[in-house]
Design a protein around this ligand. Sequence first.
Ligand code: ATP
Ligand code: MG
Length: 446
Amino acid sequence: MRLTRYFLPVLKETPSEAQIVSPRLMLRAGLIKQAAAGIYSWLPLGYRVLRRIEAIVHEEQVRAGHIPMLMPTLQSADLWRESGRYEDYGQEMLRITDRHGRDMLYGPTNEELITDIFRAHVGSYKDLPLTLYHIQWKFRDEIRPRFGVMRGREFLMKDGYNFDIDQDAALHAYNRHLVSYLRTYERMGLQAIPMRADGGPIGGDHTHEFLVLAETGESEVFYDSAITDLRFGDRDVDYASVDQCQAVLEEFPSRYARTDETHDEATFHARVPEERRRHARGIEVGQIFYFGTKYSEPMGAVVVNDQGERVPVHMGSHGIGVSRLLGAIIEASHDDRGIIWPEGVTPFHAGIVNLKQGDAAADTACEKLYAALVAKGLEPLYDDRGERAGAKFATMDLIGLPWRITVGPRGLAKGVVELTSRRTGESEEMSPEAAVDRLAQIYAGV
Ligand code: ATP
Ligand code: MG
């Protein structure tokens, strides 16, 4: 993409309405624009990151054997009356009446809708296990939308639902989700720690929230610092294996890590030596949940088991805050000049800065570099504006592409360009071909 043909409305002033760094940078770097309180338009650069995050979530869900689909944003109130949640949900639910006077709502979550689909089409244990998921916009009329996309009213969520014959099978599905979530966040360059959480109004004993440690997080957390040394890494877990998934569950959540809702000071002290006790804040980027037959029973989602008996299915639901993740990643990865995107989610793989636009040799070298990167399957953003070098560097630093290639007449006379890491600020001179190869190698490992 050439910057002169792109739409990147970078702001010069720091927007005054943003209280913390991620919305400030998202607004300044032209990623989003507020449409109404807690509702945002995704401008081209922000949309690119959102799509990358979505793609990682899809890949990891499909790898775990879960099946993508898409349910609508608007739902009929009738299903929610069946589950008993229409009254319970309260003012966070946006209720709408259509022209025929029918009660509708903008879905805050999808347990009812998915249970309705299941009961219409599945009747036998032979069709289980089954896990369906979608990535769809949700609406929750949050009393205090704030921190940009981190607490929006309209937000994008991956929500998945498992259907299993009994508790053991459903707990395997739970563990499978835990493993797939660990992989998902690490691919985004994030450390998200699974912490024991509270079942809340949905109920249920088995639930973990995934938290990214950040001072600006809204959750209060208590944990054993040893858990921050755990990495999922590139281990190869067989999702069909109950033992392998269970082993990950035992390794990660076995370390003390809880939100304030489940925190217990006495247990904390008994299990964690003082020097490893941490009390901090975190951003909830996902949650997994086993809730048994809470929906299948009232809504009649039953299957015939291998004994010929009709039993309600065991279910769980599992969510990832896809749009919130942009904010969480920026909170975890920025400096005073701007965003620092991890390679896994960056909107463009590298920026090309032409120090002397209009100089025949520099222009030609940039064009060649651009074509060579594209030929390797990479997407560069070429700053081909007639701006000063300082302005071009400032834009690149603000939007946070992990790598920048700087091309100028002086380097070209020696046959080199400069490759700069946004994270470390370190630069290295090399031939344009070597820079292309280096980037291809870096991204092959992402
Ligand atoms: P919170 O406690 O932050 O209000 P929640 O526990 O109600 O979130 P879940 O029902 O668990 O949310 O939804 C799954 C995921 O969706 C959350 O882990 C979070 O990442 C994301 N999410 C929830 N509410 C919002 C929101 N208002 N804006 C953006 N993302 C959200
Ligand atoms: Mg939650």
